[in-house]
Design a protein around this ligand. Sequence first.
Ligand code: ADQ
Length: 762
Amino acid sequence: MAGKDRGPERGPIRESLRLLLPLLAAIALVVVAVGVVTTRTTRAWFESELHSRAVLAASSARQGVLSAYASGDSRQLTFLLDDIVHDDQVVAAALCRIDGTLVTRTPLFPGDGEFCDRSRISVANWRGTRTGTQSGVITPLDGGVPSHVSVTTFISALTVPVRLVLLQDFEPAIRRETLVQRWAMLVFGMLAVASSLLTVLSSRLTRGGLMRRLTVALRGESKWWHDGDAPLIDDVRALAQRSTAAAVEADRDGRWTRSRLRSVLNEHVREESLVILANREPYIHDSVPGGDVIVRHPASGLVTALEPVMRACSGVWIAHGSGTADRQSADANGRLLVPPGEESYRLRRVWMTDAEEQGYYYGFANEGLWPVCHQTYARPVFRRSDWDHYRTINERFADTVLQETTLDDPIVLVQDYHFALAPRMIRDRLPRATIITFWHIPWPNAERFSICPWREEIVDGLLGSSIVGFHTQAHCNHFLETVDSALEARIDRTDNAIIRQGGRTMVRPYPISVEWPLRWTEAVPDAAACRRQVFEELELRDDTILAVGVDRLDYTKGIEERIEAVERLLERRPTLIGRFVFVQLAAPSRSEIPQYRQLRDAVEASVERINGRFGTEGYSPVVFLRAHHEPERVFRFYRAADMCYVSSLHDGMNLVSKEFVAARDDERGVLVLSKFAGAAHELADALIVNPYDMEEASGAMERAAFMPPAEQAERMRAMRAVVAEHNVYRWAGRMLLDAAQLRARARRTLNLSGFPMHVSTE
Ligand code: ADQ
């Protein structure tokens, strides 16, 4: 498993090149050497051949030449020399006296006798005997065609010794030499290339075979490895485990980015095998008056976090089709490609009746589980009929997973408290799946959870997962404690794992976050421009101190308490009246549930009261914008504000706090953050408050209102570093790496027949 920090993985091509390059270098050396040796050898052959010809020609002419010379018959001599030159290799001939003067020559013989003096002929290496024939090659200084020269001394009792000098054409020899050299290099080159290819191929085949046999042996299925090899197999297995763990650790260092997440997925997960199961869909199609269809981004922390992950990874997102135009914008199976215009992953919509939605979503999930998990003093309501719908819808989503994957071992990311039963149902249908369930809200202590009438079924459902993830270690501990008290199971405290009925479920903290860089920060203008726009829209005085709150209208977010804290601030610091404005963006949420409607009424009443008490003509201390706002608008408010107050009474993480930090690239603005939000564990440089404590909360807002820019910058810089590092790609990447490690471990150590991701190694 290679990660970004360890450099690129050595692919098969690279590996072959590693073997081939030295081989090719060696081949090149061999070919050059062969070239040199061939040249020398063929040249020696040709010189020797020309020497023999010269000897032959001289001995044939010897008798005639000597008698003609002795009798002074110059015509006969000329005739004899012409006769020698008829041989098409000998181009010129001359007869010289021993003192180096010319007797006669054929027309092409060069000079006036300089070739009669052997010491004046520029031959590097003479061959032959001093008394017989001596020969060599003359290479002209101007690089012209070389010639072969031979000098034969005729000694006779009849006359004084004479010398026959022959010049032979060396060009054919050069031509043949070049030809032989080329052929030799070609043949050797081809042989060398063929042999190197064979070497690489055979090494790969041998290695492939070896790897296959090793893999089989590691799984314990080997017919090839002997008993004596067992310690070796154990060593290899241990080494592989260590290196996987080290690789996973290495991957955990360094900044997570969209591309790093994508490469982790490409390496460890087949793209089409990633399936997300979530109640909320990332794109909602709604009809508007006039017949048009608009696309909305829902106000949901879960969607905020998961959507960038899906954009990076592709796969399929299965969700409830909740928009009024959802059916008409999907195909007959409820499928469509999203995001609109970008189409990087598939959305599969699941339909449900109003009664089912009422029971499963509003009833059991949001009137039962939501208040049980949040300590906000809202009374949970549990109805049998809601539970039945909850089970039915979980079943339907589990069936949909089966329809949307072609693999028997997909990675399924089950999201949130709407699907506590689905992991077990998916496990029953796809025993080899890797199921990661992430619980986006807090998990309460065992005693509190025990009020749920179906706590055993809920816990058993979740234990169908390979991994159950929460935002914080405290939530993990509460879950382990709940399992311990609800079911018969063994808890491995050192590994935070639960072993039950042959299955093993890891419990891990994965603090969720936002993407970095955050898309919306690039879609809106800089802080000064945002401030101008917002001030203009709300008709604020230039010296206004602007605070914002951004939430779903939910009782866990402490919106009533927040407004009360603003009231207390204006009481304790009256100079802020007229200058301090708190803007609350509140997305309507779960308005089918009476508690949520009551909350809306209560918040509106509080706003009215405080505005009545401190407001004046043209001034309202609290601006309540109850609506769903598109992300660009939300981010304009983040950038325009002097502070953001997150006052959750209890919150799994809270992404608004991280979005505010991500938006403030101008390093200004103060975050006032509830200590009961998971985010408070990470954003220690915020002003951390108890939202129930009005003195503390209003005091923090007062401090924020007058905080010097340098301190704002210092705090914001520190928080931005945390959010940049702990971004949503890290959240997803760490979960997926843990899943990949589980899959690899299961493949290596177990002889898998049934439950690869869920088998206990105890
Ligand atoms: P939520 O309870 O939905 O999430 P949160 O994490 O704060 O809460 O995310 C809210 C998201 O909705 C943010 O992206 C925000 O910008 C957006 N939003 C809020 N008000 C809006 C408005 N009026 N108009 C438009 N958009 C608005 C749950 C858990 C959290 C956990 C997340 C993610 O309750 O604790 O952080 O899941 O795991």
